[in-house]
Each structure stands twice: as structure tokens, then as C-alpha cells.
Design a protein around this ligand. Structure first.
Ligand code: SF4
Ligand code: ZN
Length: 313
């Protein structure tokens, strides 16, 4: 295999792009595409936005934080320790190693320090699946971190495989509430910062290669609660198509973004925005889902101390 750029020995074959590249040119190729996505979709403004990257200790989020720094954006990591035995200890350690190795700050919020309960115990209280409660907690804590510490943008490491699977599922189920929404960014509104996904057009494999080539040490195991998630079935189905027809995944996402307007008129009118009567943050109810969790576990009195629970790793 010959590198398309330097004609030296290629080490990476990208069938979706019909090219082979050496390690050095792959890194350049990858970083250029991230920059292009950020600029084309106006995700982050250089010298204006301060970005918090939601890190989990996995390859996607740590690589995103790394590449944003390399591309000259102001960025820090924010990590939530969910108190999941083994998994949380290892993922926290990976974030700490990353922060020290690349001298990039990562802040941690510990759910067990805050609520005296881990995510499993909280979900038992709520009588809901762990992932559903975890989604509420992560959305709230990450956003609150940004507001408390002056970050304008929250970036997540969702990659092309994640986004194509979500899109496929939304189409299969004709999920009108989600189909009209922009995938790459959600604008800020009432106490809620802008959310962006700069990796939405690069595949999971490309991110893994980028992490490996840059010596980014990450947790290989998935969260134990992710087993059996329906999104995995959609990923498998899309990977099957991609295998026979390389590039289809990217084409699927790009064509969706080009045609997003056709779904907008079909989207249901969103529920009205409200301020939570306890914490003042965005909700469509009287009390937001996070404060609802606090009430259920008997911890509503700790809302005001929130800021003190973020510690630098
Ligand atoms: Fe949270 Fe579920 Fe993801 Fe685990 S798999 S981090 S519980 S959303
Ligand atoms: Zn609230």
C-alpha cells in the first residue's frame, strides 16, 4: 500500500474515502476534516468560544478534547464519575492520565460524593433504567458545569457510527420530534449552552486510529449498562451495508444534512420552555428532571452547593 500523499509506505486504508495513507498524512487528513466540519457548520468560534468536552475516558471523547487543543481551540474536559464498580475507577484513571500527559485540564463531578449513591442506586430509587436516569444526570451536570464555569459550548464525542445509527433509528420509527433537528449542533437557550458534535462525520474506526497514533490511552471496555442497547442493532445493520458499499454511512449523514429542511415542517411543535422552580434551569415541566431525582432521593437541599463538587483531576 502506497500513501496517496507522500508516496511512502501507507499504514491506514480508508475504503470509505478510497485512499491509503501513512500515519503522518492520516493525522493531517483527520485533523483537516474536523476543522472543516467545525468551520462549515459553525460549531465553535476560535478566540470566542470556551469549550467543555464531556469526557468518559473512552477514545472518542478524549480524542476530541485532544484534537480541539491541537487545532487551537480553548477547551477543557469534564468527567462524571457515576460510581460504577471497576468501570468508573478505570475510566477516571484514563482521564487523569490523559490530563497529565497532555497538560489539558479535566474536571470531575462525582455522583457518589454528591448524592451518596451511584447511578445504579439512583435508578433503583427512580424505578427507571440506569441509562435513562444517567442521560438526565449527564445532560444537567455537563450543562451546569458550563454555566458555572463560563464555558460557552459543550462538545461531545459522538462519531459517525453513533449519529448514523441514531438517524437510522429515527427514520425507522418516524420519530418526528427528532428528525427535523440539526444533528451537529443545538443552539443555546435559556441557561443552556450550545451543544456540538465535531466528530459526527468521522467514523469510529478513524477516531480509534487517531487515538492510537497520538498515544491516547483510553478505556476499552464499554459501560456495563450499555449491553443490549437497541442502538447496537442499528449500528450492526449500517455496518453491514458499509461493508458491501464503503462510504454509505457518510453519504447517509451528508444527504440527511443536505435535506434536513424537508423534515422541519413535519416536526411537532416543541413543548414550551420553562424555568425549573427549584434550580431555575431549563425544563418543560414545573420541576426539571434532575431536581426531580434530587427530590426522590431526598437531596433537594444540596442544589446550591453544586459548583463546589467539581474538582480538577
Ligand atoms: Fe450512562 Fe447507560 Fe451510558 Fe452507562 S451506558 S454511561 S449508564 S447512559
Ligand atoms: Zn431543576
Amino acid at each position: 500500500m502506497i500513501c496517496r500523499i507522500c508516496k511512502g509506505k501507507a499504514s491506514v486504508e480508508l475504503r470509505a474515502h478510497n485512499i491509503s495513507l501513512c500515519s503522518k498524512d492520516f493525522i493531517i487528513f483527520f485533523e483537516r476534516r474536523i476543522l472543516k466540519t467545525i468551520e462549515k457548520f459553525n460549531l465553535i468560534k476560535k478566540n470566542e468560544d470556551k469549550t467543555a468536552v464531556a469526557v468518559s475516558g473512552g477514545k472518542d471523547s478524549l480524542s476530541l478534547l485532544y484534537v480541539l487543543k491541537i487545532l487551537g481551540y480553548e477547551a477543557s474536559g469534564v468527567y462524571i464519575n457515576l460510581g460504577i464498580p471497576d468501570y468508573s475507577e478505570i475510566s477516571k484513571e484514563k482521564c487523569k492520565i490523559f490530563s497529565e500527559r497532555f497538560d489539558i485540564p479535566v474536571y470531575m463531578f462525582s455522583l457518589t460524593d454528591y448524592l451518596r449513591k451511584n447511578i445504579y442506586e439512583v435508578s433503583r430509587f427512580m424505578k427507571r433504567p440506569a441509562c435513562s436516569v444517567c442521560g438526565n444526570v449527564k445532560r444537567y451536570v455537563m450543562n451546569r458545569f458550563c454555566i458555572e464555569y463560563g464555558y460557552t459550548t459543550l462538545a461531545t464525542g459522538h462519531n459517525l457510527d453513533d449519529e448514523a445509527a441514531t438517524l437510522f433509528s429515527n427514520l425507522m420509527n418516524f420519530n418526528r420530534n427528532h428528525l427535523g433537528k440539526e444533528f451537529l449542533s443545538l443552539p443555546s437557550k435559556l441557561n443552556t449552552v450550545k451543544k456540538v458534535k465535531p466528530f459526527a462525520l468521522v467514523s469510529e474506526r478513524e477516531v480509534a486510529i487517531y487515538a492510537l497514533l497520538n498515544n491516547i490511552d483510553y478505556i476499552y471496555d464499554e459501560c456495563p449498562y450499555s449491553k443490549g442497547a437497541t442502538s447496537l442493532k442499528y449500528k450492526e445493520a449500517i455496518n453491514f451495508i458499509e461493508e458491501g458499499s464503503p462510504g454509505s454511512k457518510l453519504k447517509f449523514m451528508k444527504n440527511y444534512l443536505k435535506n434536513i429542511d424537508i423534515f422541519n415542517s413535519d416536526a411537532k411543535k416543541p413543548k414550551e420552555d420553562n424555568s425549573c422552580s427549584l434550580c431555575g434551569f431549563l425544563t418543560t415541566q414545573n420541576v426539571c428532571s434532575f431536581c426531580n431525582i434530587l427530590i426522590r432521593v431526598g437531596a433537594e437541599n444540596i442544589i446550591s452547593d453544586f459548583r463546589d463538587y467539581f474538582v480538577k483531576l
